[in-house]
Design a protein around this ligand. Structure first.
Ligand code: NAD
Length: 429
């Protein structure tokens, strides 16, 4: 397979060109011929113009790469190594929504031919690729696994907004449906991943490893969030406690905060869903999720309490929220817990203004049906810095004082202004 790809006798297809799929398509496109397929015609149009709407991938990354962007599934027929990177969200009941994965699998199943490979990159629970995707591929293609085509799973580790840990410079886990598949998949990914690949012994191990990475992070943050709720009642700074504890050799530093986005706050539910199906009710993982999911409401409640303590009339109070993206220095507002915080404050009748340098009013209106200001115009009774964007890290107390009413409260969720605020009333997790 690798030789055929090198000779351009065979092509790679990437199905789903979002955060994960686009960098894969572009990187493979530097060595091989790639077809990049997506159902979103608007996205394909902008990718043809070398523009990534999310701005994670810069224009120069599109240079010297051989990717044919298309919405035409027939183009996949000319490809032999198919990579699927479509979303795996949860629904409103926090149950895995596999519809994009199933739909993409059907697309691939219909054009699958003898000798082809199908590699899944979407985050799923252990067993999902073999239990849900494989039967569809076999049924729609009339082909048999391993005898006719090979299957693989290779989870993605990219981290939105992080230019250091990219597809090319972080070890990538690969797995295959048999030894031959594993060797070929490993050889092909090794072409683009500089530190090389880790060969997992099965697809399930690779699937579970990805879920574990994100579940561990979720739980560690949940622990710090719970600690922060406890320490707040004692008027003890969580950040100082973490700093002190961090001097021990085996302490892992995590910080409290809002856990949004479509990975850390979602992936654990894939594992718990499967666990419950298997008859085991997970306790630790779901407790952590509950703590993290409630943090936005906790911050809103503390804000209200602090406003009352400061003698403010809630009905007349004006709040400024700075940052609405799900994390710092990204443009993505989907699954942002800041939106929960804003909605909670609004439910008490407070006037809430929102700003974010990375987002447009249209995007916020579309996703959350509230307005985003392009500028801070008023004076506020509380200012909540919800996201540690680089534009916010450089601000000092004078900036906030310019926009503060008397007795204004500064809520610094991420603790970026710790020890720098003297005049304003200050609170952090
Ligand atoms: N974003 C991350 O940082 C990250 C990191 C590791 C793993 N993952 C996982 O990778 C997978 C993809 O996530 P993402 O962030 O790239 O999603 P995304 O929402 O950024 O992009 C997904 C793309 O798939 C397209 N798509 C949806 N259904 C399709 C179909 N049936 N056929 C073809 N294209 C289709 C969408 O139009 C979209 O462009 C998910 O399982 C996610 O959990 C994401």
């Amino acid at each position: 397979m690798l030789q055929d790809l090198r000779n351009k006798n065979k092509k790679i297809s990437v199905v789903g060109l979002g955060y994960v799929g686009l960098p894969i398509a572009l990187e493979f496109g530097r060595k091989f011929s790639v077809v990049g397929f997506d159902i979103d015609a608007k996205r394909i149009e902008s990718l043809k113009q070398k523009a990534d709407a999310g701005d994670e991938v810069k224009k120069d990354a599109f240079e010297n790469t051989n990717v044919f962007f298309t919405t035409d599934a027939n183009e996949l027929m000319n490809c032999a190594f198919h990579i699927v990177a479509v979303p795996t969200p949860v629904d409103e009941h926090r149950v895995p929504d596999l519809s994009p994965l199933i739909s993409a699998t059907k697309t691939v199943g219909k054009i699958l031919k003898k000798g082809d490979y199908v590699i899944y990159e979407s985050t799923v629970y252990p067993g999902c690729t073999e239990d849900i995707c494989l039967p569809l591929l076999e049924e729609l293609s009339g082909l048999k696994l391993n005898a006719d085509f090979k299957l693989g799973y290779s989870p993605e580790r990219i981290n939105p907004g992080d230019v250091q840990h990219t597809l090319m410079n972080v070890i990538k886990i690969v797995s295959g449906s048999d030894d031959e598949a594993l060797e070929n998949i490993a050889a092909i990914y090794s072409e683009i991943v500089q530190p090389g690949v880790y060969k997992a012994s099965s697809l399930k191990v690779a699937e579970a490893a990805k879920i574990l990475e994100n579940t561990q992070r979720d739980l560690n943050i949940a622990l710090m969030n719970e600690l922060s709720i406890i320490l707040d009642r004692m008027n003890v700074s969580t950040h100082e406690v973490i700093e002190a504890a961090g001097t021990k050799w085996n302490f892992h530093k995590y910080h409290p905060g809002l856990v949004g986005g479509h990975c850390i706050g979602v992936d654990p539910y894939y594992l718990t869903y499967k666990s419950i199906q298997l008859g085991y009710e997970p306790e630790v993982i779901l407790s952590g999720r509950k703590v993290n999911d409630n943090m936005a409401l906790y911050v809103a409640r503390r804000c209200l309490q602090k406003l009352i303590e400061a003698g403010k009339n809630l009905k007349d109070s004006k709040i400024l929220v700075m940052g609405i993206t799900f994390k710092e220095n990204v443009t993505d507002i989907r699954n942002s817990k800041v939106a929960d915080l804003i909605n909670e404050l609004k439910s008490f009748g407070l006037h809430v203004d929102v700003v974010d340098p990375n987002v447009t009013n249209e995007e916020v209106q579309h996703e959350y049906q509230f307005e985003l200001l392009d500028n801070v115009r008023e004076k506020y009774d509380a200012i909540i810095v919800a996201v540690a964007h680089k534009e916010y890290i450089v601000l000092n107390e004078d900036y906030f004082l310019d926009h503060a009413t008397e007795n204004c409260l500064l809520i610094d969720i991420k603790g970026i202004y710790r020890n720098k605020i003297e005049k304003l009333s200050y609170w952090t997790l």
